[in-house]
Design a protein around this ligand. Structure first.
Ligand SMILES: NC(=O)c1ccc[n+]([C@@H]2O[C@H](COP(=O)([O-])OP(=O)(O)OC[C@H]3O[C@@H](n4cnc5c(N)ncnc54)[C@H](O)[C@@H]3O)[C@@H](O)[C@H]2O)c1
Length: 374
């Protein structure tokens, strides 16, 4: 198969792990990186022995098949549309965009031009959640009944070097962290049929305590705690709490799946197989109160950001659907925007999008890459 030639737009915090992984995958040729901040792109390019280009040159280059768009959320839509209009496939960091209109435009242009749209997160393709999906599909917990997700943190201004965007429309705990949970939920149970949400903003301002912007004040312009009730088209019901106002505690589960024959505690969906040996365990409590531990022996255990692009490379070559798809990410955005609207309007909302569950990764897939990431 031809190697998929990738160019990156956005040389910020998350670009390092993408450069590291994409330069390892034999099916991918990472050509260049760009950023509006050109020295930043040049520094990242030097570190990973790739080229740096201006954003315009990268968009125009005929050496690039797919643009990895890892700009900030409010730029995701515009940059992706530029990439598609330049005749390139695109893979966005999450969320796909911050408006439904931009998502619709992206998917329409891609369909007209025969291009692909992909989107993070791809953590559901990791060893942990692929194994969880196998276990649920095997009937281990009987009929899946309910799911609870918890993402509680006190915010990002203590560690992110440039945390302002997290408190603006297009981010907040739902649009920033919700994609991991909602994508994992759709992978397990299929699309969300309706939801009702309540939100609050606990602090109007945030003081940055990380370097280099220590002491600067951020004006908060998006809700910072969400409690959302969900009903899936397949019948499962659930709730998701996402918060930048609170603290988690040691042992707090990220996701608990309740079935008629047992309860499953599953790894953090913002990881490929948990963060350490203990958090990679999938724990079943059966109906008799006994505990059973399942570990995953599937590929992509380490931080495998970019496996969604690897899957796109193979899907394009094989003419099949790719898994971390624009349709899935549009549904996730549609659901997250509905969570804000539901709270504002005090009513249930039904997302208009209903994608299929992505297929499980088969044992014969990615022969050259499945051993590379643990
Ligand atoms: N940092 C993380 O841990 C993390 C983890 C997972 C996903 N993400 C996602 O990755 C994306 C980037 O996050 P980050 O932490 O790297 O942010 P960042 O602020 O560190 O970097 C973003 C970069 O994009 C550049 N940029 C912004 N608009 C641009 C445009 N129109 N054209 C070209 N360049 C542009 C900025 O100059 C900056 O260098 C976000 O969508 C975020 O949600 C981040």
């Amino acid at each position: 198969m031809n190697r998929l030639r990738v160019g990156i737009i956005g040389a910020g915090n998350i670009s390092g792990i993408y450069c590291e992984n994409l330069t390892k995958f034999p099916s991918i040729d990472l050509i260049a990186i760009s950023d509006v901040d050109e020295p930043k792109a040049a520094a990242q390019a030097e570190k990973h022995a790739i080229r740096s280009m201006s954003v315009d040159d990268l968009l125009a280059s005929n050496e690039i098949d797919l643009i990895l768009n890892i700009t900030i959320p409010k730029a995701h839509g515009e940059v992706a549309l530029q990439a598609l209009n330049a005749g390139k496939h695109v893979y966005n960091e999450k969320p796909l965009a911050i408006s439904r209109e931009d998502c619709k435009k992206m998917l329409a242009i891609a369909a007209t031009k025969g291009l692909r749209v992909g989107c993070a997160p791809d953590t559901f393709l990791g060893a942990g959640h692929q194994r969880v999906r196998e276990l649920i599909d095997s009937g281990l917990i009987g009929v899946p009944v309910a799911v609870h997700g918890y993402m509680t943190s006190r915010g990002v201004e203590s560690w992110h070097p440039n945390p302002e965007f997290f408190y603006k429309p297009g981010a907040g705990p739902m649009l920033d962290m919700g994609p991991y949970y909602l994508t994992a939920f759709v992978n397990m149970f299929g699309p969300i049929q309706r939801l009702a949400s309540m939100t609050r903003t606990t602090f109007d301002e945030r003081t940055i305590t990380s370097e280099p912007l220590k002491g600067q004040i951020i004006k908060v312009e998006t809700p910072t705690t969400f409690v959302t009730a969900l009903q899936f088209a397949g019948g499962v019901v659930g709730q998701l709490t996402t918060s930048f106002d609170t603290h988690s505690f040691p042992g707090q589960p990220n996701i608990v799946v309740y079935g008629s024959e047992g309860t499953l505690v599953v790894p953090d969906p913002n990881s490929f197989n948990g963060w350490n040996e203990s958090s990679s365990k999938i724990i079943l409590r059966d109906g008799k109160g006994d505990e059973h531990i399942y570990l995953s022996d599937l590929p992509f255990k380490a931080n495998s950001r970019g496996v969604g692009i690897l899957d796109m490379a193979h899907a394009i070559a094989e003419g099949r659907d790719h898994r971390a798809s624009g349709a899935l990410a549009f549904h996730v955005l549609d659901t997250m925007l509905a969570a804000i609207e539901s709270s504002d309007e005090s009513k249930f909302i039904a997302p208009s999008t209903q994608p299929n569950r992505p297929a499980l990764i088969g044992v014969e897939e990615f022969p050259d890459e499945r051993g590379l990431m643990g």
